[in-house]
Design a protein around this ligand. Sequence first.
Ligand code: S3P
Length: 430
Amino acid sequence: MEGDVLGKKSVKGKVQVPGDKSISHRAAIFGAMAVGKTVIHGYLTGEDCLHTLSCLEALGVQIDRQEKTVIINGTGWKNLREPKTVLDVGNSGTTMRLLLGVLAAQPFYTVLSGDKSLNERPMRRVSIPLTEMGARFDGRENGNKAPLSVRGNALRPITYQSPVASAQVKSAILLAGLQTEGVTTVVEPVASRDHTERMIEAFGGSIDTNGTRHSVKGRQKLIGTEIVVPGDFSSAAFLIAAALVTENSVLTIENVGINPTRTGMLTILKQMGANIELFNQRELNREPVCDILVRSSALKGTVIEGAVIPRLIDEIPILALIASQAEGRTVIKDAGELKVKETNRIQTVVSELKKLGVDIEATDDGMIIEGDPDKVLSGGVVNAYGDHRMAMMLMVASLISADPLVILEAESAAVSFPGFDRLLSAITRD
Ligand code: S3P
């Protein structure tokens, strides 16, 4: 895929982004575990969420995929069946880790595998607590990497102090706990995204949350419901960036989820001086939503560290590009989790932005960027390494590149934002 754009551009218009990836995965999984029909409007048809649907189908769940809605005929926790083949989760860490939580309590054997990137990502972070609850796992590298097998069991409840701030780990334990007699508790070091907690309540279940400590009672009956999936803030982030770093841009993005556990980027952009307004705030099945108006902005560098990191972890590639256009230095710390995303994003962000002439250095837990508002990036050949967020970040970079940019493995954008390249061209003006 090529983006051959010259000089600084503008972006203008009113757009919507596809449905939230995290909420779509959870709506499908909870819909399958609930009793009765769940109708999901605005389900993300990116590759990751399609993998979740096909895995659930292989587990015996009946799903009716329509053009704008997905209907799940849930039959409760007890009616899943042993799949006859290996479950393919593609590139999706969320699919694998959340399903491991479901399967840990199912009385059968499942093997899960994914693509080259997924099969290099650490899974022991979920199999350790789920093994403590009584499930059995095996896999490559002593059970850490897929292909991974799980033999489910009647589980015992645990209280687990997670060493990582990961919503996937938290959600896997809660999904196992919901099927286990007694009270299961997970404590996080720092708050991660809370869509699972909100979704449990949307399906008529209950969860006790006290700070970063979450407890669920087992054997809860969840009831099928109607879910309207808001636009994904993590997808909107690339369009926000496109408007900020180009000249004379005015862009409205409608219907974007602004769950505070996801919008750390807004906090940081405000600190950097970004001209962003949120309006039309409302709620969709317990998730806050609004429209966002962004204009080209003069930005200054900042420090991004500590508790805000899990609230913007997926936005760090695009924040690094934004920082390259800000006055002064931006330091990103406490973000070691970037190393175990779809690529090692400390490595890939730094190597590809360097190729475009950005003054950026990797550190052990983040990166340091020396920004320059007058910086026009160079063009050339860059690689997204099959990482959707790298692909979209580099497509936005092409708007401020002097020479054509050739982005290898950019088709990966379809993992979370099918048609991103077309949408970006449609709003770009010379
Ligand atoms: C996600 C959680 C985050 C995030 C990922 C989606 C989720 O990962 O990076 O894109 O839907 O729970 P971790 O839980 O590993 O931090």
